[in-house]
Design a protein around this ligand. Structure first.
Ligand code: SF4
Length: 82
């Protein structure tokens, strides 16, 4: 699970978030580009290629899309507090 105490500082507030690459649990973003390629409306890359959430999903369809990225993230770096 993503560590909620290691959120990327650029995440827009809300239930979805990405964690920093230096997450102590070894679950930080590794800049694999899966999430911001799969759902570019909601995830973006910072200057190092690490992901953060730029928009929170509201519709069921968009939430499902964001959950697909959460499940696809190879290191468990995407969290959902909802
Ligand atoms: S899918 Fe996970 S590891 Fe890959 S860029 Fe997104 S948050 Fe980082």
């Amino acid at each position: 699970m993503a560590n909620p105490s290691m959120k990327h500082p650029k995440n827009i507030p809300g239930k979805f978030y990405c964690t920093d690459p230096d997450d102590d649990n070894g679950e930080g973003c590794i800049a694999c580009n899966v999430c911001y390629t799969g759902a570019p409306e909601f995830y973006a890359e910072d200057e190092d290629g690490n992901a953060y959430v730029i928009k929170q999903p509201e519709s069921a369809e968009d939430i499902e899309l964001c959950m697909e990225q959460l499940e696809a993230c190879p290191v468990g770096s995407i969290g959902n507090d909802g």
